[in-house]
Ligand binder design. Sequence first.
Ligand code: ADE
Ligand code: ZN
Length: 324
Amino acid sequence: MVLKAEIHCHIEGAASPDLVVKQAQKYGADVSGFIRDGAFVWDDFTSFLAAYDQSADLFRDEGDYARLAETYLSSLARDGAIYSEFFTSPDHAERAGLSAAAYTAGLAEGMRRARAKTGIESRMIVTGVRHFGVESVEKAARFAARCGEPLVTGFGMAGEERFGDPEDYVRAFEIAREAGLGITVHAGEFGGWESVQSALDHFRPTRIGHGVRAIENPDLVSRIADEGVVLECCPGSNVALRVFESFENHPFPKLRAAGCKVTLNSDDPPYFWTTLKHEYEIAREHFGMDDKALTSVTRTAIEAAYVDKKTKASLLARLDGAKR
Ligand code: ADE
Ligand code: ZN
């Protein structure tokens, strides 16, 4: 089995409908508005975000988040993943009545349990939600910078990328950068190439969440390749959300051929009927990638990971060992 690594997944978006239904039973909540026949119900980005928010609202204490992280990471490990970096959202926890600190501690507990059981290594990227506003994104950055949880190694911004003025969010990224956190930002998913360029200019990330709409501007593609910015590509998510109408139209192969560093990720797997394993299968089937090419994608993800040098070296050694 090809070893895998994931660096773009929203932990709230990784909760399966089954797990969300169990949470709803625990809290006596009704899920019929966003889960039907065992699947999440949505039909565009706005209704997807609404379903996502309602599901997140059913994770309310440390134990809920420990179970969520442990369940997700264990499933990744079963599918051959050796590393996972997932996005956290203190805003969602606070909306559900839990402090950012307790939320992060719960997730960290789940990560430790998953590692003890399966060996999977993992880290957290705290995110602000762009459409929740500048103040809340800065608050998330301050939390990330000061929380003291060693498993928090990055900061990012998700949500509606067309919302707000990029300049207003610069401070949040500076707070995180000064604290030594890795920087990534969602851009070039529902915004066009200008959104990617603006994100690079304003936030100076080493990685871009999605970034695939950069394909609309060849100069920008060259810049991404030259600067070694890593693209956290999520083809299954893009096709489900109709950013591209089919895998045949997805720019992953072109970006890769142009020398961009590309990775494969599941984003919010059960919402998009995918898993990390399925993303690797999509790349095999639609992008013509073999084991060697897929392993090089895993290598790119590990090289781009926001993890200490020693852990990175041991993950790369594991990858090299598996190739022989
Ligand atoms: N939050 C969760 N999933 C997202 C996505 N695909 N784009 C932007 N924000 C998100
Ligand atoms: Zn995402």
